[in-house]
Write a protein that binds this ligand. Structure first.
Ligand SMILES: C[S@@+](CC[C@H](N)C(=O)[O-])C[C@H]1O[C@@H](n2cnc3c(N)ncnc32)[C@H](O)[C@@H]1O
Length: 370
């Protein structure tokens, strides 16, 4: 494993590129073979996806290459340790990839039957919001079983041809920049009411932390900070706990809670991240989550959100986005891709809102007024 303290060398770069190439071709092969196999044994789904034009495929490839280049450059610049680039949970992959394959027929059957509300009888569905009690992505038991939590990261990596973590890592540079501005009092982030923050007093929260991939990145990028994660799924939090408790250093505090009512006092956090949540929420819930993020941030604190690209920033990928909402059960995605999240953030009180796009993800960087 490359040394995280020395400047990464050419060999490390080649190793990273080879790893990503391997993931890309594995993801493409997995999708092609599983689709062919299912089409051979099951009826063709009623709602067919549209084929992608070759120009779109080239653009996708270019965007993916750009993402990986930035991913390397930011590691090289020391924004996060190079070891993060190689952080692939191989033991989970070997253990659960066969189950991912075995689950495909059930996913197709569910898609065919449009059965999106069935959960295994042993799953307790009490106390969750209605919008949450669906089998998102047609995945077995939605977010509510340990099996789902074990398969989730592999499924997402296959979907994005091995770039899911590279897209998550794009929150780190703006978060670091925002937090440094808060610590040093730059950019008007600090007033007499907002005292300087020392590194070991930093508090960072990942909203909808899922299985903990982003939290692990936060832990390694800000080793002195206290990290926190909140999610509605006890199964995903158990999985996150497994991952994060293997790390040396401070353990993140994980709490099961609804992001609409975060269980923290006002002005508690210096920085927040929120990855791949908004597209899974109805519009008014998105707004409430943003209001909660605003409430728990300190004045001058930074929020970095990451989610799917939208029509306004990536009209050239209209067909890709439409196909996504057909293939996967994503009940709020069509609304999400048209939603003006900058306006919602402004409505919640955030300022200095900027956006970035990397491959299939869009980013919202903003802060609470000092
Ligand atoms: C697509 S996953 C993203 C998980 C993780 N952030 C990642 O990068 O993989 C969406 C996550 O949001 C959680 N979630 C959905 N609605 C929520 C809510 N209202 N409050 C808290 N978590 C929620 C789900 O349990 C799930 O873990």
């Amino acid at each position: 494993m490359p040394d995280t303290l020395t400047k990464p060398d050419t060999l490390t770069k080649l190793a990273y590129q080879a790893l990503q190439h391997g993931k890309r071709y594995f993801g493409l092969t997995h999708k092609t073979l599983s689709t062919r196999l299912m089409r051979a044994i099951m009826p063709v789904p009623e709602h067919q996806t549209q084929p992608l034009a070759s120009a779109t495929l080239i653009q996708l490839q270019q965007r993916m290459d750009d993402l990986l280049q930035v991913d390397w450059q930011e590691a090289e610049a020391g924004i996060y340790p190079t070891s993060l680039l190689f952080d692939t949970p191989w033991d989970d992959f070997l253990r659960y990839y066969p189950l991912v394959c075995l689950d495909i027929p059930q996913i197709w059957q569910r898609a065919e039957a449009k059965d999106v509300y069935s959960f295994s009888p042993q799953i307790n569905t009490q106390g969750y919001p209605r919008y949450y009690l669906q089998t998102f992505h047609y995945q077995t038991d939605g977010y509510l079983s340990d099996t789902s939590a074990n398969l989730y990261d592999i499924q997402v990596e296959l979907l994005f041809n091995g770039t899911a973590d590279a897209m998550r890592r794009r929150v780190l540079a703006p978060l670091k920049q925002g937090v440094e501005a808060l610590m040093t009092g730059q950019s008007g982030c600090r007033t007499e009411q907002t005292p300087m923050v020392a590194l070991d007093q930093l508090r960072l929260l990942d909203v909808a932390c899922g299985t903990g991939r982003t939290l692990k990145m936060l832990q390694e990028t800000f080793p002195q900070a206290a990290t926190y994660g909140v999610d509605l799924s006890p199964a995903y939090l158990r999985k996150a706990n497994q991952l994060l408790s293997q790390q040396s250093g401070r353990l993140p505090q994980l709490v099961q809670a609804n992001a609409e009512t975060l269980p923290y006092i006002d002005q508690y956090f210096d920085g927040l991240t929120c990855v791949f949540l908004f597209h899974e929420l109805p519009g008014p819930v998105r707004q409430r989550v943003m209001a909660e993020c605003f409430r728990v941030l300190k004045p001058g604190g930074v929020l970095v959100g990451c989610d799917s690209i939208q029509m306004a920033d990536s009209p050239e990928f209209k067909v890709v986005m439409e196909n996504f909402s057909i293939t996967f059960h994503e009940p709020f995605y069509r609304h999400y891709i048209q939603d003006d999240l900058n306006r919602r953030l402004q409505q919640a009180g955030f300022i200095d809102i900027t956006n970035q796009v990397h491959f299939m993800s869009k980013y919202w960087i903003c802060r609470k007024p000092a």
